[in-house]
Design a protein around this ligand. Sequence first.
Ligand code: SF4
Ligand code: SF4
Length: 275
Amino acid sequence: MAAGNLRQLIIRKARQAGAQLTGFAPVERWAEYAETKEAFFPQQVFPFTRTVIVLAVPVFIPVLDTTPSVVYSELYNTTNRLLDEMAYRLAVFINSKGHRAVSFPRDGYGDISVLVARPEAAFSHVLAARYAGLGTIGFNHTLLTREYGPRVRLVSVLTDAILAPDPIIEESLCIRCRLCQKCCPTGSFTDTRQPVAAMDKSRCALYHKELKEQYRYPCGVCIKVCPVGADRERYGNQTQKYLHEKERLEKNPQDQAYADWIHIRTFGSINSNDK
Ligand code: SF4
Ligand code: SF4
């Protein structure tokens, strides 16, 4: 089958399976940009790889706003199931067209305690998505997209098919407002002088471990508050509400300005009021 036809079929299949964004990254981009160690290049991970296809699904702002909550936790689990299933089905489809292809699972760690000790995965979907033209890497280390800002979840399919690449977005979408840093509940952003902040990933992972034990994992505050993305136009910007959330709820855990989020947080998970 001609590569152009296969590319179109892949885009259609991915869309039908639920992907809102699909991008194609040739493996050469990993060496060209040299932003990670060679062992993490897709052609090292699975040596037959010539193209990485990245799929993305959105996270709804109103649900994310309630974090930490079981409602956001369930949404996170739903996106995870969908991502792995989409990527698996797409890899099988590409196999059926005579090409090698595998899906790389969206997370790739057994338990959060592993991330506390070594906060790294064998392959970065964020970097793959950047090379597939889906977005740019923000101050908060996440992929920022035009459509959903950092509120996307990602998965990749690695294949030997040579497929036309998408152009990389060279200009950063991050406006360096630092809202992510200001609202981070753990102060995990350390050296903030760089375009992408240095981060204490173990501190962030430790907090996630705590949240997981309370059934309201993950945190997600640094993607919740980011003002970038067309999804903001749909749901509105709540910068002031985000900025003062921690301080106001510490003073008054029943602050009426946050009544909607407090209500959802009250049920289905262990929260600070239960202690
Ligand atoms: S919140 Fe601001 S600084 Fe942080 S990633 Fe988004 S745009 Fe960049
Ligand atoms: S996930 Fe939460 S704890 Fe971790 S860096 Fe983002 S805001 Fe901070």
